[in-house]
Design a protein around this ligand. Structure first.
Ligand code: MF3
Ligand code: CO
Length: 259
């Protein structure tokens, strides 16, 4: 069931969204060659505790997870696209890191993700990250009242396909509110003009993820980490947004970080 949120509820999600954005900025600042994924997770966990927020990842156990989720961040490196577990892996020069973070603050959840390189960037990774961000922006721009879900999906898919990147629609965006995963599903591929009508009060996470190679993925033996089937690099970007009478509003606006 799709639940529309009131102005007051959207303002509360915006508060959670500001916190989520501040954690992503803090993790981005800390991420560097020689830093482990577990250190990044610990940094985010400390920020959660300091804010009186709660992790919605830690212990999360949906049907697709082989075990309860062990961290507060998803840390997906290079060919890992989504749900990379924070491990003792130490970041190396040129790694493409995707950080996904959601948390509850004051009873409301926000969810956001970004991708960047540590150390020396390369042109093809930079293009992958840039196209993913542009697909996110296009998906958000399409989230106008009176449009349909397929307008968001098709805007995302078209940008990824035009760039020649692999797309798999098994995982996508979702409603956000009191919990992290609510109706509706927000696919990364679709047909314009089809699907759920977008009404003011709809709060959704839009989250394109693209692969530099083909459309296939596989899941690691850990039951969580989603990797490109061909080992190509991947990028992921996500915002929680509200559909309002005045158009789409980003509830997790990026906080500038030093790096
Ligand atoms: N934030 C992810 C999403 O956008 C979900 C992460 S799965 C978890 O759907 F188990 F880590 F929470
Ligand atoms: Co999400």
């Amino acid at each position: 069931m799709v639940e529309l949120k009131s102005h007051e509820e959207i303002e509360r999600i915006r508060v959670a969204g500001g916190f989520v954005a501040s954690v992503l900025a803090g993790v981005r600042e800390k991420a560097a060659v020689g830093v482990s994924l577990l250190e990044l997770d610990a940094h985010a966990h400390a920020m959660i505790d300091a804010a009186g927020a709660h992790s919605v990842y830690l212990g999360y156990h949906p049907s697709f997870g082989a075990m309860p989720y062990p961290g507060v961040l998803c840390t997906s490196v290079n060919d890992a696209a989504l749900h990379g577990l924070p491990s003792s892996y130490v970041l190396a020069d040129g790694d493409l890191l995707s950080i996904d973070f959601a948390a509850e603050l004051g009873g409301w959840v926000a969810d956001s993700a970004l991708s960047f390189q540590v150390g020396t960037p390369d042109a093809e990774s930079a293009r992958l990250i840039d196209v993913t961000e542009r697909a996110l922006a296009a998906g958000i721009a399409a989230a106008k009242p009176g449009a349909r879900m397929g307008d968001i999906s098709s805007a995302i898919g078209q940008i990824g396909r035009d760039a020649g990147f692999g797309i798999n629609a098994d995982f996508g965006g979702h409603g956000v509110g009191r919990t992290m995963h609510e109706d509706p599903h927000v696919p990364n591929l679709g047909r314009a003009g089809r699907g759920l009508p977008l009404r003011p009060g709809l709060v959704i996470a839009i989250e394109p993820w693209f692969m530099a190679g083909g459309d296939g993925y596989h899941i690691d033996p850990d039951g969580w980490t989603i990797r490109s089937a061909d080992g190509s690099r991947t990028a992921h970007a996500e915002h929680t947004i509200a559909v309002t009478e005045d158009g789409p509003v980003i509830l997790t606006p990026r906080v500038p970080s030093a790096s």
